[in-house]
Design a protein around this ligand. Structure first.
Ligand code: I3P
Length: 104
């Protein structure tokens, strides 16, 4: 699965507050056990990713309605203690991303 996602890095490795916690938009691509980010769709063809892929093994992914500044937020907690918030383009896409990430 792939598509546009807004991303906020909340906690870094070990659960410490991430240094840069603003929102950014990416073209996200879900491979088997990893989630990768690109500036836009054409960068996927060049394999030119933004940052390291997120390892989804042992991760937890759930809706995050507690975050009220964006409408379709979900939270991804990785096994290494880091945490990301994502905002999808619609409620339908949010549910689809969560389902696919949980199944990865
Ligand atoms: C962050 C930016 C984020 C904000 C975050 C700020 O500042 O304003 O939008 O998250 O708040 O630290 P900067 O751009 O200087 O990194 P929210 O929109 O979720 O509030 P935070 O420290 O509460 O994560």
């Amino acid at each position: 699965m792939e598509g546009m996602l807004e991303r906020k890095h909340k906690l870094q490795l070990g659960g410490k507050k991430a240094a840069s916690r603003g929102w950014n938009s990416y073209h996200a691509v879900l491979y088997r056990h990893t989630l990768c980010f690109y500036q836009d769709r054409k960068e996927t063809l060049r394999s030119s990713a933004c940052g390291l892929p997120l390892n989804l093994m042992g991760a937890e992914c759930l809706p995050f309605p507690e975050y009220t500044k964006k409408p379709n937020c979900f939270r991804l907690r990785l096994r290494d203690g880091s945490e990301y918030l994502f905002n999808a383009s619609s409620r339908f896409m949010m549910k689809k991303w969560i389902m696919k990430i949980q199944a990865s």
